[in-house]
Design a protein. Structure first.
Lengths: 230, 230
């Protein structure tokens, strides 16, 4: 599978372009509205047929370009079903499989950061969105987040994968770009080393994070797949 | 080969940690002083033996942590020989080979951004520093830079590699993280599509770039491998 990581510096967001090199069928994960021109140019230069615009969740910190990617490339917009996002072409359920040529993208429902988090699994790698970060994880204090759900999602669905599975996060705030299941199981300060739910909750309950700067704009924008509000 | 990309957001710099997974002998490329703690922690968590701290050139936009990495891990600091950097343990020449276990890092002299640029080649990938960027290239207007040298370095030494060779740049200012020789040969707006030297020079002579913000601090700092000035 072709995998290309892209970064939006303003919102610290990672976008991923993945493709089956044989058929050139492609998907983009967590595309950022302000980066539409960059991403569209790259897709065109590589000769990719953009089949899906995948969202790991309804983002609170940036607005997606999924609607624009659908208009330009005919991509189907995919969100996890619990989002109830009416703009989506596909509301994906746990276990659903999306095809790029002969390659498969498996949808894992990994709630906890929100109630509608999807982790996308391909052979040897997972795109974990804001569920699991490199040496961290997403917050659980709004958007129907749940510390217990996130604990179970990460432990049962991600840490159960082979240790050499590559983790591609939705953000990183220290300049890490990727990790592995083995690394996070060992060194994630919130969940690694076999921490129990109580220890995890103690950490998560004391993060004292400010509200995301773009919350009021992002949530309604993303529920419309990035279309402008009237 | 293990390859992990790292980013310094303040200076838009990519650092790379590479290693032979069997012996865990490792090298870091273009480490940034402010990221020393992050990088040292990662090296320790992964159980790597840091054998080399490689510099693609004497940077004008950030100060290296190579001296601190030498102190902590016993790494040998490697710069290209034309740098005449007295702090280096190895002044590498074109064609030199550095070993990580059974794996080889080949040093290519690719001058033009400065007169002492090194591109580090491993199996299937090149770390091009500020010679070649994704859809761009380094400036040539100071530090003994030369438009003609850069043109020849990129065309003769990098574009001559197989098209699927992965390019890992020293910086990116649009959020790209990597490219390939084939992509850059086709789509690099400065050098792609078989542009001749005259066309390249016309572009490079009209960039009108400001001086790097940290020039006065960076050059003397890097000639000392990041040691403080008295």
């Amino acid at each position: 599978m072709f995998i290309r990581q892209l970064f939006d510096r303003d919102t610290w967001t990672y976008t991923y372009l993945i493709a089956d090199p044989d058929t050139k069928e492609a998907a983009i994960i967590d595309a950022v509205k302000e980066q539409f021109d960059r991403d569209a140019q790259l897709i065109e230069e590589l000769g990719f047929k953009l089949k899906y615009s995948l969202e790991t969740h309804v983002h609170a910190d940036h607005v997606t370009s999924s609607g624009k990617l659908r208009d330009r490339f005919g991509a189907q917009v995919v969100l996890q079903e619990a989002s109830n996002a009416k703009c989506a072409d596909i509301l994906a359920k746990d276990g659903d499989v999306l095809k790029l040529g002969d390659k498969e993208i498996k949808v894992l429902h990994t709630p906890g950061h929100t109630d509608a988090d999807a982790t996308f699994q391909i052979d040897g790698a997972v795109f974990t969105g804001d569920a699991l970060f490199v040496r961290g994880c997403g917050r659980t204090d709004f958007q129907a987040g749940s510390t217990e759900s996130l604990y179970n999602s990460i432990n049962d669905r991600i840490f159960s994968l082979p240790d050499d599975t590559v983790i591609y996060p939705g953000h990183d705030y220290k300049g890490h770009t990727a990790s592995t299941v083995g690394e996070e199981k060992a060194y994630n300060p919130r969940l690694g080393g076999g921490k129990d739910l109580e220890a995890f909750a103690e950490i998560m309950d004391n993060l004292n994070l400010p509200a995301p700067a773009r919350l009021d704009e992002s949530l309604p924008g993303n529920m419309r797949c990035g279309a402008e509000l009237n």
